[in-house]
Each structure stands twice: as C-alpha cells, then as structure tokens.
Design a protein around this ligand. Structure first.
Ligand code: MG
Length: 210
C-alpha cells in the first residue's frame, strides 16, 4: 500500500482578497484571510461547464492559482513562496444566490462554492518562468469582452501570507492547490457563454457554459 497524495489533494480558496471585489459585493475588508475549501471532486474535467439546476445565479470568479510543491506546517512567511512550485489561472464558480442565502443565515458556503465542476484550473506553469508573484497580471474575457483584469500586487494578503496563515491550521501537502481570490468584475454566466482566461500573454482556459 502507498499513499497517493495527489488523490487526497486539498483545494484551499480565499474569499475577499481584493478590496475592489469585496466592495462590489458589499463585504467588509477582512482583517484575516477568509479561507474555505473545495474537495478534489470539484475539479472540472474538460472545457464544458454544465449549468447545475440548483442555482439561478451562477457567477464566474477568475483567480490566480498556486500549486504547493512540498509538505509543510507552520510555514514562516519568509520561506512561504518556496512552497509554491507552479502557477495557473482558474475559475471559482459560485452559486451566488445560494451563497447569499447561506451568508444571511450565517451558514457555511460549501453548497454554493464546492459543488462538482466548481473549480477550473488551467495548465500548470513552473514558477521559474516568473520573476516575482506580485507582478503577475491576468485577465478574463466573457464572449470576447474583457470582464476581469487583475494584478497579484492588489491582493490584500500576499501568496506568502496566505500560505503561512493556512499552514497554521492545515498541514500543507505536495499537490495541494490554492485559489487566491478574485478581483472586481465578477458576474453571471448563461448557457452559451464562453470564458477565456489569460495569465500574462498565455491563454489558460476556454470554458463553454452548457
Ligand atoms: Mg473566489
């Protein structure tokens, strides 16, 4: 018997990590990172997102995504970036109507955020390809029109801060994934929409809403 860590990979996600996005949803600027998780079954396979029947207000949230390259616990922020071994761009699909009900009741968000196909991740690019994370620029286009335009430097909590914070509570394992929050410009998707994401100049995903 051996443990396949990739099979038990955790997907960490951060909410409200860009000030403009927190404001567009009338949320307060958080004092500490807002952490939630998705199970591995949330990963979208292929390029087609099938609109689930349980929501009437499905939103895209385009986000920078990092892959954890080694195991760690209580990681010092100074060394935290060394735990990232690859970068990608993804979508944190959110059933905004369900999330709003859950928030109103003070209940957890999983049914609004962690359902099947809710996590889109593009190809993994080695971190060596980039000088520093603060300079990363990404965009998302819906049906050819620019809808989100983000810079990692605008994160309220940097990747290093997030990794240090998360590892206070959860053991990081090689293969874990971190969604780092979405910039302003989130919005609804409809059947027939096409979502394209770009990290710097590289096309990272092309998702069709079915
Ligand atoms: Mg998000």
């Amino acid at each position: 018997m051996f443990r396949n860590f990739a099979a038990v990979m955790k997907i960490f996600c951060i909410g409200r990590n860009y000030g403009e996005h927190a404001r567009e949803l009338q949320n307060e600027i958080p004092e500490a990172p807002v952490v939630f998780m998705k199970p591995p079954t949330a990963l979208l396979k292929g390029n087609d997102f099938y609109m689930p029947e349980f929501s009437n207000d499905m939103h895209y949230e385009c986000e920078l995504v990092f892959r954890i390259g080694k195991n760690g616990k209580h990681v010092d922020p100074i060394f935290a970036e060394k735990y990232i071994d690859a970068v990608s761009l993804g979508i944190d699909f959110t059933a905004r109507d369900i999330q709003a009900e859950q928030k109103k009741k003070g209940l957890p968000w999983e049914i609004a955020k962690a359902f099947d196909q809710s996590a889109v991740i593009g190809p993994w690019l080695p971190t060596a390809q980039f000088n520093t994370y603060p300079n990363l620029h990404f965009t998302m286009h819906k049906n050819g029109a620019l809808v989100q335009d983000g810079h990692a430097q605008d994160m309220l909590f940097s990747p290093a801060t997030l990794i240090a914070y998360i590892s206070t509570y959860f053991t990081l394992q090689q293969g874990d994934i971190l969604f780092t929050g979405t910039p302003a410009g989130v919005g609804q998707v409809q059947i027939g929409d096409r979502l394209e994401g770009f990290l710097e100049d590289q096309k990272m995903f092309n998702i069709h809403i079915k």
